[in-house]
Design a protein around this ligand. Structure first.
Ligand code: SF4
Ligand code: SF4
Length: 95
């Protein structure tokens, strides 16, 4: 199944039942986000704490700095809370 054909979060089975291992990758859950994390690359010291703490593995490690995969980020704000230098701000999602 290509990226474009992936079902949205409304297709997740009732009660979040996991019917097969690794199935979370099939559902783009980013569209239920109410707040969006924005990383300030100037402030980021690449400590990777956001990458460690993100419960959705939505922080991606780049060559030099981290980035957010908005197709899966649910906007929980944990990354912003854990960033030791305040490099992540949560802003209201506008669609
Ligand atoms: S807001 Fe939550 S889901 Fe999104 S990148 Fe941060 S920790 Fe991960
Ligand atoms: S926690 Fe903050 S400083 Fe550390 S990698 Fe993430 S954004 Fe950068």
């Amino acid at each position: 199944m290509s990226e474009e054909q992936k079902p949205g979060w409304r297709s997740i089975p009732i009660a979040g039942i996991i019917t097969e291992p690794g199935s979370a990758m099939k559902y783009k859950t980013g569209d239920w986000r109410a707040y969006r994390p924005i990383i300030d690359e100037e402030k980021c010291v690449n400590c990777l704490l956001c990458w460690i703490y993100c419960p959705d593995a939505a922080i991606k490690r780049g060559e030099e700095k981290v980035s957010v995969d908005y197709e899966y980020c649910k906007g929980c704000g944990i990354c912003a809370n854990e960033c030791p230098v305040g490099a992540i701000k949560m802003v209201e999602e506008r669609r």
